[in-house]
Design a protein around this ligand. Structure first.
Ligand code: ARG
Ligand code: ZN
Length: 883
């Protein structure tokens, strides 16, 4: 059933307090809930409809009176009271559930012998009958009873108010959460766990106990997560003035988890890959992800929990904002430019294709069948870009004022994206024209810029022309409000001071109080619009969309020589990287065309020269260099073709990489040699940057597959003192289908077979491999003793990994598609959320040639014809076929 934003109605009943009791058992678990219900309008007699799924109703009472058969209606998804009391009443419900059989990992389930919950978005209805919607905010207590030996630790939200022993070797704990919350933030954990304990003193002097819970053998790996948590708590105070609001903050790591992590009030639950780290077992990327996600979930305490969403269409209200906050946190803890480059790459690689495909939806979707399908890169990553645009337009201080007003107005409420917009606008008296279109129009705006210099008038003009492509259900679009940050470079590469700009007949001054300004934000709001800079005394080279000030595709009339100039000189480091990427994309497209016409491939020496000078520039940040010498991915190039040709793009990318490795071999070897680690692993920007550069150079070199480079990679593999370098060396060697590859892969497995998270990396490395005919290897790995279809991380590594190899997933004989089709059907019976994420790999099937289209379509049709298909997979598969 499809649900629409336009159909939103206020609830007929509010819940004031909810007292839950869990009796956890091996065979069955009983859940009792006692709710005080308040009709929204006194005296109304609307039915009370409760959601429920996979539940066994044991009993229901209203004002202590047991309901009999005719007093309620029960279907597979609802419990309805047709005529409840017309003023405040008490509702008591007992259900029986079977967490040990719950492989969907939604609601209450068991993971490695421990009980845990995942309620967002609509999992609470798998625990008890409830109005499972975020605008129902109540105060909860939770009493947990369980076997004391099997489940010594019993956790829920808020404060522990009572605990004790019971008969039959059981015990209990009673938790009370003083803050009102929607049921998606409810959590319960019971199991054999131990904690790393620490504390944080808030700036107003509250001492907060911090505990990170894992099985005892994993405790040593929680140090980095604890560091990240304390850093996040401090950062939110410093940057947003936001303090933690309880005396206890718990984090639990579980090995079976559908997503990354969950911000349940004071009891965050994490996928263990985003908590556990040691230098020997986790890479720099893992360390960085942990920092970001620990921050993200912690920041939700204000943006999500204290102020929550009115309905699930508003998801980006909390997710876009909280992603923006975690991005800023990671920037402040590391390198701002490098973080920005990573975030923009992620947007381009994952979100742009979504925005151009059958699942394209606005940051605030208009409808959904299964909400879980809308925890997307559009809601999260594009949503974060929308929040970033407020900051770009208002400045740091204006943005902070908007945030302050947002909390002042809405603390304790369930609100909408307009409420956030209004707070930003009102706090700054700002004029935001049609900015709200960013929430309602899907598709990536395409902006063309043409520039011209008038030497007599000393003016420089930028003409913008924008187009938002059609998306499913939205054939025609309005022009958007696009903030374009611009600077102008003179012939020596310095920024020209900007005095004023002509726009629509007025002259606006840019310079502030006589202070020179070198970057300004143009507000592009129309389909076509011109801005003319005054007092420009030489022909400048424009640096456009500095810092990627809007999530658009920009096409400029800059010549290659201008781009090389920007790559060498732009004061905006993001745009230096971007200039290199634009050049690389152009170059790759040209070579792809040559390849398809069977012309010999020749690499432009200017390009190699440009990369060489970046590589040798000692003044540059090493991680920046690593990013700048990395070519755009296959996906980005296929995105720019009329018909995506994975074989051609792959061949060209390999050709360029080998050519660069050949021509810069000496520089690359010394880069590896000069950037080796000292023995101790340190997680800080300088050390990560050094490792990133070394590893990038090593992967280039190993692509040559010559004895010298292979020996070098072997040496790095054998001497590596941390996973970052060990794994990069392994990946470098594994590029080539050689005997050495097989030996090193086997060696790595035997070293790490007892560490499930490292084994996941080993699966992913083989699955993503571009070596010919890899689908067979991946099929075999499905039967590997370490593989488990029930564990989402394993699936994401092996199946998700395989879909990321353009050549193997899109093999012309259709074997890759057939493999995915079969796995999706099997997986859907176990875990629909995970199956649904996997089936998404088919969604862009129309981008390929006819042969591939037919093969992929056949698999989608096969999936659609499967009996008992989940709503999750149905929604993605049917929309993919329809669009
Ligand atoms: N709110 C979580 C986060 O972004 C995501 C949980 C989503 N889970 C789901 N099954 N849809 O931090
Ligand atoms: Zn989130």
């Amino acid at each position: 059933k499809e649900i629409f934003l336009k159909d939103y109605k206020l609830p007929y009943y509010y819940f004031d307090t909810v007292d839950l009791k869990f009796s956890l058992g091996e065979e069955k678990t009983f859940v009792s809930s006692k709710i005080s219900v308040i009709p929204r309008v006194e005296g109304s007699s609307a039915p009370l409809v409760l959601n429920g799924q996979d539940l066994n109703l044991v009993s229901a009472k209203v004002n202590e009176k047991e309901l009999k058969d005719g007093d309620y209606l029960l279907d597979s998804r609802h419990l309805t009271l047709p005529s409840p009391p017309s003023s405040v009443f008490t509702l008591e419900i007992v259900t029986e559930i079977y967490p040990q059989k719950n492989t969907s990992l939604e609601g209450l389930y068991k993971s490695s012998g421990n009980f845990c919950t995942q309620c967002e978005a609509e999992g609470f209805r798998k625990i008890t009958y409830y109005q499972d919607r975020p605008d129902i905010m109540a105060r909860y207590t939770c009493r947990i009873e369980a076997d004391k030996a099997l489940y010594p630790v019993l956790l829920s939200n808020g404060n522990l108010v009572e605990q004790g022993d019971l008969e039959d070797d059981r015990h209990y704990a009673l938790w009370e959460d003083p803050f009102k919350k929607p049921c998606y933030l409810f959590a319960l954990v019971a199991g054999k766990l131990e904690s790393r304990d620490d504390s944080f003193i808030t700036r107003s002097g509250r001492k907060v106990s911090l505990r990170i819970w894992t099985p005892s053998q994993d405790l040593p790996k929680t140090g980095h997560a604890m560091y990240a948590l304390k850093a996040a708590m401090k950062w939110d105070e410093d940057v947003f003035g936001l303090e933690y609001d309880l005396d206890l903050f718990n984090i639990v790591a579980v090995p079976d988890f559908n997503m990354g992590a969950m911000e349940n009030k004071s009891l965050n639950i994490f996928n263990s890959k985003l908590v556990l780290a040691s230098p020997e077992t986790a890479t720099d990327a893992d360390y960085a992800a942990i920092l970001g996600v620990i921050g993200h979930e912690y920041f939700h305490n204000w943006t999500g929990n204290r102020v929550t969403c009115r309905d699930w269409f508003q998801l980006s209200l909390k997710e876009g904002l909280t992603v923006f906050r975690d991005q800023e946190f990671s920037s402040d803890m590391g390198s701002r430019t490098v973080k920005r480059i990573s975030d923009v790459s992620k947007l381009r690689i994952y979100q742009y294709p979504q925005d151009a495909g059958p699942m394209a939806h606005p940051v605030r979707p208009h409808s959904y069948i299964k909400m879980d399908n809308f925890y997307t890169v559009t809601v999260y990553e594009k949503g974060a870009e929308v929040v970033r645009m407020y900051k770009t337009l208002l400045g740091s201080q204006g943005f902070r004022k908007g945030m302050d007003l947002y909390f002042q107005r809405h603390d304790g409420q369930a609100v909408t994206c307009e409420d956030f917009f209004a707070a930003m606008r009102d706090a700054n008296d700002a004029e935001f024209s049609n900015f709200l279109l960013w929430y309602s129009q899907a598709g990536t705006p395409m902006v063309k810029v043409t520039s011209s210099y008038n030497a007599e008038a000393h003016t420089f003009s930028l003409k913008f022309c924008q187009e938002v492509p059609p998306t499913p259900g939205q054939p025609v679009k309005e022009p958007m409000f696009i903030p374009v940050s611009v600077g102008l470079l003179d012939s020596t590469g310095k920024d020209i001071p900007l005095s004023s700009v002509h726009h629509e007949g007025t002259l606006q001054s840019i310079a502030k109080d006589g202070q020179p300004v070198y970057s300004t934000v143009l507000r592009v709001t129309k389909k076509e619009e011109e801005f003319v800079f005054a007092d420009v005394h030489e022909r400048p080279i424009p640096s456009l969309l500095r810092g990627f000030s809007a999530p658009i595709r920009l096409e400029s009339d800059l010549a290659d020589s201008d781009l090389f100039f920007l790559l060498a000189h732009d004061s905006d480091e993001f745009n230096r990287w971007e200039a290199g990427q634009v050049l690389a994309r152009k170059l790759m497209l040209t070579l792809v065309a040559d390849f398809r016409q069977k012309k010999p491939l020749v690499l432009d020496p200017k390009f190699v020269h440009g990369l060489g000078s970046i590589l040798r520039d000692p003044s540059l940040d090493k991680e920046f260099i690593a990013k700048a010498i990395t070519l755009p991915g296959e996906g980005e190039i296929m995105d720019m073709m009329d018909v995506a040709d994975p074989d051609a793009v792959y061949a060209v990318r390999v050709f360029i990489r080998k050519q660069i490795a050949q021509e810069l071999k000496g520089d690359l070897i010394s880069t590896v040699e000069n950037n080796r680690s000292s023995d101790v692993y340190v997680f800080n920007h300088d050390n990560m940057a050094r490792r990133a550069l070394k590893n990038t150079a090593l992967v280039y070199l190993a692509a040559l597959d010559d004895p010298e480079c292979t020996a070098l990679a072997m040496h790095e593999y054998q001497t590596a003192a941390n996973m970052t370098e060990q794994f990069a060396a392994l990946a470098a060697i594994a590029q080539n289908p050689t005997k050495t590859r097989e030996e090193v892969l086997a060696d790595f497995y035997s070293k790490w077979q007892h560490n499930s998270l490292v084994v996941n990396k080993w699966f992913a490395l083989q699955a993503t491999s571009d070596i010919p005919g890899n689908v067979e290897n991946v099929r075999n790995l499905l039967n590997h003793p370490a593989f488990d279809l029930r564990n989402p991380n394993k699936v994401y590594s092996l199946i998700g990994g395989f879909c990321r190899s353009p050549v193997n997933f899109h093999t012309k004989d259709g074997s890759g598609y057939k493999f995915l089709g079969e796995v999706v059907v099997q997986l859907d019976k176990i875990n629909p959320q995970v199956a649904s994420r996997m089936v998404s790999a088919f969604s862009r099937w129309r981008r390929y040639d006819k042969t591939r289209q037919n093969l992929a379509k056949a698999q989608l049709e096969m999936i659609m014809s499967t009996n008992g298909l989940s709503e999750n997979v149905f929604e993605i598969a049917s929309k993919s076929l329809a669009a």
